[in-house]
Design a protein around this ligand. Structure first.
Ligand SMILES: Nc1ncnc2c1ncn2[C@@H]1O[C@H](COP(=O)(O)OP(=O)(O)O)[C@@H](O)[C@H]1O
Ligand SMILES: [Mg+2]
Length: 209
């Protein structure tokens, strides 16, 4: 694929969406064709699937159902948005991707990682990020930010209130493991500074590439 596929990862409230839109603006200022998307979501079908995943009434959602819904959203996003954009040479910025499934459903909920990678192959083929920006931040700050954001926007971007502290610890550890396993692709960004400072750190990693 002639384009560049960049994903942004990290626990809820670490600043992914904030940083993704700043990065998109900076790249566009350089005249680069940028496509922004999000997982789950990113397409009409994806947004409907996202609504199911975030619906508090779905607390009984089976772990395998949840897993398949994430990949259903991703399959549509790959086919409809990501692959066509990469084929025309655009830079695609995706807020969460398969790494999120590996750490949330895998490390977090105990789904076997090989199963997740197999589903990725079915949903997305060989489409994989060229670069992943992992925004790392301590759990307390991150969850406080996410809860404040949810209260402010009167939105629920996650069902995080229902998750235990131990769950998020496993997720954070899962991310660290991914970064150690693929240090070239997964670049860890310290997310504890101001929005501007984190944006500069990300810019320096991206321009270095
Ligand atoms: N570096 C930062 N310092 C302080 N607040 C931040 C920072 N980055 C993001 N925020 C705020 O924290 C909340 C969560 O950020 P957001 O980008 O929505 O995180 P995510 O997409 O990773 O869940 C938002 O209200 C955002 O304005
Ligand atoms: Mg977000």
């Amino acid at each position: 694929m002639p384009g560049t596929f960049i994903t942004v990862e990290g626990i809820d409230g670490c600043g992914k969406s904030t940083q993704l839109s700043i990065l998109a603006r900076k790249l566009r200022e350089q005249g680069i064709d940028v496509v922004e998307t999000v997982e789950p979501g990113g397409t009409l079908a994806g947004r409907e699937i996202r609504a199911i995943l975030l619906d508090p009434r779905q607390h009984a959602l089976n772990a395998r159902t949840e897993l398949l819904l994430y990949f259903a959203s991703r399959a549509q996003n790959c086919a409809e948005v990501i692959a066509p954009a990469l084929a025309r040479g655009a830079t695609v910025l995706c807020d969460r991707f398969t790494d999120s499934t590996i750490v949330y459903q895998g490390a977090g909920r105990g789904v076997d990682e090989a199963t997740i990678r197999q589903l990725h192959q079915i949903a997305c083929g060989s489409l994989y990020p060229d670069l992943t920006l992992l925004i790392d931040i301590d759990l307390e700050t991150s969850l406080a930010r996410a809860l404040a954001r949810n209260a402010e926007n009167a939105t629920r971007e996650t069902r995080l209130e229902e998750e235990s502290h131990a769950f998020f610890e496993r997720v954070r550890d899962g991310y660290q493991r991914l970064a150690r396993a693929e240090p070239e692709r997964v670049q860890v960004i310290d997310g504890r500074a101001s929005i501007e400072v984190v944006a500069e750190r990300i810019w320096s990693v991206v321009t270095h590439r």
